[in-house]
Design a binder for this molecule. Structure first.
Ligand SMILES: [Zn+2]
Ligand SMILES: [Zn+2]
Length: 272
């Protein structure tokens, strides 16, 4: 990873340079074509002042929790508390371990998150993460180091209870990071049918967590909607609002000769 960053910075590896150029070009085309704009969850939500404060808190959190969690990992490993199965794992074993981790972590996260919304835990620990009512990428890291410790505390407990394969842990780490950034991105990239399919509606998307920041006492789940659905804490208008956001990316309505036909076409597009 470090070598890749170095290569990118020094422009040494031609393949990485092409990849970087491709990503930058993709971003530029995306911005120019309105791809991102159409998918913004709260189009007028961004505030520079909040962004600046979050940058400061993110830096503090990274420094503190990096030292704390990093130090704890080294200590736990040397005491033999953290041990992985080094054998190569088959894909279905990895899938099972992965699912077990995310269900248990989601349960841990949901209940502790609900607890952190009550005083005095809210003021002392969780309030800092709620600076943004319209989250952006930095909101992911703008967390009280104590909260990082509470959430991160699940990992040593999990690996102490289950000796999972190292291969699985290599998958879990990046998934955590990508999900964290995605749900705070402020953009909805998932398809329109996501919350209507019985298979996918159990997994949260950016809009789900975005609404937690905007409306506060709903949508506590970090990865799944399971606990929110079971406990009745899912925002009642969440699915309707999701549909509205996705309707913005629908095909433009063809101009019809009379108003009634145009309205009918618009309805059809919105409900398709
Ligand atoms: Zn919260
Ligand atoms: Zn958040």
């Amino acid at each position: 990873m470090l070598q890749t960053l170095k290569d990118l910075a020094t422009w040494q590896d031609p393949l990485n340079s092409w990849l970087a150029l491709f990503l930058i070009a993709g971003l530029a085309v995306g911005i120019a074509s309105g791809f991102f704009k159409a998918r913004k969850i709260q189009p007028k939500g961004f505030r520079w002042k909040t962004f600046r404060n979050e940058a400061i808190f993110a830096a503090i959190n990274l420094a503190f929790s990096g030292i704390l969690l990093g130090g704890m990992t080294v200590a736990f490993r040397s005491w033999g508390w953290i041990e992985y199965n080094q054998e190569p794992a088959s894909w279905w074993v990895m899938g099972l371990e992965f699912a077990l981790y995310f269900f248990l972590f989601d349960t841990w996260f949901y209940w502790l998150h609900r607890w952190m919304h009550k005083e005095p835990a809210y003021k002392l620990v969780h309030k800092l993460h709620h600076f943004s009512t319209s989250p952006n990428l930095l909101t992911t890291l703008s967390v009280n180091p104590l909260e990082s410790l509470i959430n991160g505390g699940f990992v040593p407990l999990f690996v102490a209870a289950f000796t999972v394969h190292q291969d699985t842990m290599m998958l879990i780490g990046p998934t955590n990071v990508i999900m964290g950034f995605y749900v705070h991105s402020g953009y909805e990239f998932f398809p329109r049918w996501w919350n209507r399919s019985w298979a996918t509606k159990w997994f949260i998307t950016a809009t789900f967590h975005d609404q937690h920041h905007k409306y506060f006492n709903w949508n506590f789940g970090g990865y799944t909607t399971i606990w929110d659905r079971v406990c009745g804490t899912m925002r009642p208008k969440f699915e309707a609002d999701y549909d509205k956001i996705k309707a913005r990316t629908a095909q433009p309505v063809p101009v019809a000769p009379d108003g009634a036909a145009a309205a009918l076409a618009a309805n059809e597009v919105a409900s398709s």
